[in-house]
Design a protein around this ligand. Structure first.
Ligand code: GAF
Length: 391
């Protein structure tokens, strides 16, 4: 059974009736522009063919009964209880329930009607693997509440509401990239977003190239506090550099050359973090014409440079991610390999010559397994449509 069938069958079992609607929203993989979205930079993600699926019907009240099929756990909350992050019995919401509740809270705050629903949801986006499982849950629920409320919204606005839910309700100071890719993704296209203006356009990937995601299977805890710390370092760098360049509002506003002129006013670690960001923004700008002209060899080199920078300057890699990227880069047919998303653990993204993808995946998996005794999951990924209602 696929996920649509699973959530439908479970809904029928639990609620004794067929669900009125089905919706889904994908995870994402990012090709370039890592840890720059909260620095006003450019990002280049794609929505992927792994997604969260929901079967749902209006409850007729303001109470929502949500069943997380993958965790076999139910929560019941309403308009009032989510204000104190509790369920209707006053118990603190479990970790997973904060994402739909946060979405409901942020929609309410915008004055959008959040009708109670009965729902079952399930996802094949691996959790904690840097593929935006959280954003895909947020965008799935946002899309479901849009359907029930009968209001319409631009997908970018829905993404911004999801980001607010995650920043203010869940407590993760993420940028806009993940929710953007999940809400706005397009089939077979890479999504280029200017995180300052929020303007975006799509770019092609040459037809003879595949995106391969390799999951180290390793997960880390306390990722959100380490992430928030990186963001604070960037803010500190802006505060200090502003003394030299008063017009500077974010790390987007300084060139690599100017940065190096003033870098010694920054504490050492702050300088390293900011150096990654400034170079990564420049790298992503350079990558755009390469993609447009189909120069995947040069694009892949930038991906490899990005990995080294995340590892050596930004400090968000991990031993298994380093190993996975190091093993992949020299394999025949691989243009570029690097960690994707927030990092510390989770997945790498690889660009691979299409007719060598299977061989590449097998070689990478067996080499990784030999060195770690871990059995990695390797996905040959298709760029997919963003959040949508199917029924
Ligand atoms: C996480 C965040 F949610 C994104 O906003 C982005 O900053 C990413 O890490 C790093 O590029 O996925």
């Amino acid at each position: 059974m696929n996920l649509q069938e699973i959530v439908t069958a479970e809904f029928e079992k639990r609620f004794g009736t067929t669900p009125a609607h089905i919706a889904c929203a994908p995870g994402r993989v990012n090709l370039l522009g890592e840890h720059v979205d909260y620095n006003d930079g450019f990002v280049l993600p794609a929505a992927i063919n792994l997604a969260t699926w929901i079967a749902f019907t209006a409850s007729g009240t303001d109470t929502s009964t949500l069943y997380a099929f993958d965790l076999q756990d139910e929560t019941v909350f309403n308009r009032q209880s989510i204000l104190s992050k509790t369920d209707i019995d006053g118990k603190p919401l479990s970790e997973w329930a904060r994402y739909p509740a946060g979405m409901a809270w942020a929609l309410q705050e915008k004055g959008l009607a959040v009708k109670g629903m009965k729902a079952v949801f399930s996802s094949d986006v691996p959790r904690g693997a840097s593929l935006s499982s959280s954003a895909s849950v947020e965008m799935t629920f946002g899309t479901a509440w849009k359907q029930l409320g009968g209001w319409s919204i631009d997908p970018m606005q829905l993404a911004l509401i999801g980001q607010r839910a995650e920043n203010r309700y869940v407590g993760m100071n993420c940028g806009i990239m993940d929710q953007f890719a999940s809400a706005c993704g397009k089939k077979d296209r890479l999504m280029l977003l200017d995180c300052r203006s929020l303007e975006y356009r799509t770019l092609p990937l040459p037809p003879d190239v595949s995106i391969v995601i390799a999951d180290t299977t390793v997960r880390r805890t306390l990722v959100s506090s380490a992430y928030n710390k990186r963001r604070e370092s960037c803010e500190e760098a802006v505060r200090l550099l502003k003394q030299k360049i008063p017009s500077l509002n974010s790390l987007r506003d300084i060139s690599v050359n100017d940065f190096e002129t003033f870098a010694d006013i920054l504490p050492e670690e702050t300088a390293m973090r900011a150096r990654h960001v400034v170079n990564e923004i420049e790298r992503t700008s350079k990558a755009i014409p390469l993609l447009e002209s189909g120069d995947i060899v040069a694009f892949g080199k930038l991906m490899n440079e990005c990995h080294a920078s995340l590892r050596d300057l930004y400090g968000v890699s991990g031993p298994e991610l380093d190993l996975m990227a190091r093993l992949a880069q020299p394999i025949k047919g691989c243009y570029g390999a690097r960690q994707t998303g927030g990092g510390f653990a989770g997945c790498t993204v690889n660009l691979v010559k299409k007719d060598m993808t299977e061989e590449f995946s097998k070689t990478l998996a067996s080499q990784y397994e030999k060195e770690t005794n871990l059995h990695p999951a390797v996905y040959i990924c298709e760029a997919s449509e963003g959040a949508r209602v199917l029924i």
